[in-house]
Design a binder for this molecule. Structure first.
Ligand SMILES: NC(=O)c1ccc[n+]([C@@H]2O[C@H](COP(=O)([O-])OP(=O)(O)OC[C@H]3O[C@@H](n4cnc5c(N)ncnc54)[C@H](OP(=O)(O)O)[C@@H]3O)[C@@H](O)[C@H]2O)c1
Length: 311
């Protein structure tokens, strides 16, 4: 393994409150990039030197070496930055699927999201810009808000609003110039998600993919009755189970929903994928979940450093 991130879901898995739990003892880490050192004689899909990422969650990427079946890996280009390759498989894919699977959006339409500085949020900003969609990005206030705003705008964000700003009456005039979004992406829950719902266009969809505030999503009866808003959820692991690898880049639920966006002219020049800011940290030598001793065989060595996103 060359590099592996620490994602919130990795922590949830260790806490035992994730939708997918490994058999113990297990190695943590669901994402990362490795380099193939050697292959068996009947292997045709990968060769020594290739960079590979996990095809599915649960591979245990926080280690230095492992033996995997070729069907467990996807080859990625090795001429992209290491941190991009290590974080390609989860957040950008989640962002893309949510943008194309739930609402039939056209270039010029807008999308609203909270936790916009998260790894997923930054992927949403970049992919939406490439699809010609406008993003309304909600953030928690902070002392260096301007710096973060500049960074997100540089990625392609159109509008930045704080959680507090979203509750202000001035938002009414904001939506005179910007089309009301038909898609909201909720990473937070609680009050933040209620605010997203308030600004959704009638008939629009809010997709919940994270619960960072650990509070329930609350929709008022009037939002459901008079605005007919739809509340949906997305989980990439389930999506992968439901789709063969060949379908990864094709639209699913919204039938042909993605085609319209892809057919339209990108509003901004496509840039290379920019990964979230990251810091490299040293890990303690043993990260086997539920095991005091390192597991035997190919799980015996552990990654000594991992990437943490700094939003
Ligand atoms: N469903 C799926 O398939 C799927 C796929 C990928 C990720 N996810 C989920 O998406 C979420 C984000 O993942 P990530 O890797 O993008 O995370 P990340 O880069 O670590 O970002 C975390 C984000 O959560 C915000 N946050 C943290 N605590 C919060 C709180 N109490 N209230 C409001 N906001 C809070 C942070 O905002 P501040 O900067 O203001 O702290 C930041 O924007 C996680 O819940 C993850 O499990 C789900």
């Amino acid at each position: 393994m060359l590099a592996a991130p620490i994602n919130p879901s990795d922590i949830n898995m260790i806490q035992g409150n994730y939708g997918l739990l490994p058999q113990l003892p297990a190695v943590g880490g669901n994402e990362g990039v490795g380099q193939v050192v050697a292959v068996g004689s009947s292997v045709t899909g990968v060769k020594p030197g290739d960079w590979v990422i996990p095809a599915n969650p649960g591979l245990g990427t926080w280690r230095t070496e492992a033996v995997f079946g070729e069907e467990e890996l996807i080859t990625v280009p090795s001429d992209i930055p290491l941190q991009c390759a290590a974080t390609l498989g989860v957040n950008p894919c989640t962002a893309y699927r949510m943008l194309v699977d739930f609402e039939r959006l056209q270039p010029g339409d807008s999308v609203i999201q909270n936790a916009s500085n998260s790894g997923v949020g930054q992927a949403v900003i970049q992919i939406a810009a490439a699809l010609g969609l406008r993003t309304i990005n909600v953030l928690r206030d902070r002392p260096d808000l301007q710096k973060l705003t500049d960074r997100l705008k540089n990625l392609g964000a159109d509008h930045i609003v704080t959680e507090e700003g979203l509750r202000k009456p001035e938002m009414k005039s904001f939506f005179k110039d910007v089309p009301q979004p038909r898609l909201a992406l909720n990473c937070v829950g609680g009050k933040s998600s209620t605010e997203l719902l308030r600004h959704l266009a009638p008939g629009g969809t809010m997709v919940t993919y994270g619960g960072m505030a650990k509070q329930p999503v609350i929709a008022s009866a009037s939002q459901l009755i008079f605005k007919d808003l739809k509340l949906r959820g997305f989980w990439l692991s389930q999506w992968k189970k439901d789709h063969s690898p060949g379908q990864l880049l094709l639209p699913s639920r919204g039938a042909d929903s993605g085609e319209d966006c892809r057919g339209g002219q990108p509003r901004k020049e496509n840039k290379l994928w920019l990964q979230p800011d990251w810091a490299q940290i040293l890990l303690p030598p043993l990260l086997a979940i539920g095991s005091a001793e390192p597991a035997m065989g190919h799980q015996a060595s552990y990654l000594t450093s991992a990437l943490v996103s700094v939003s």
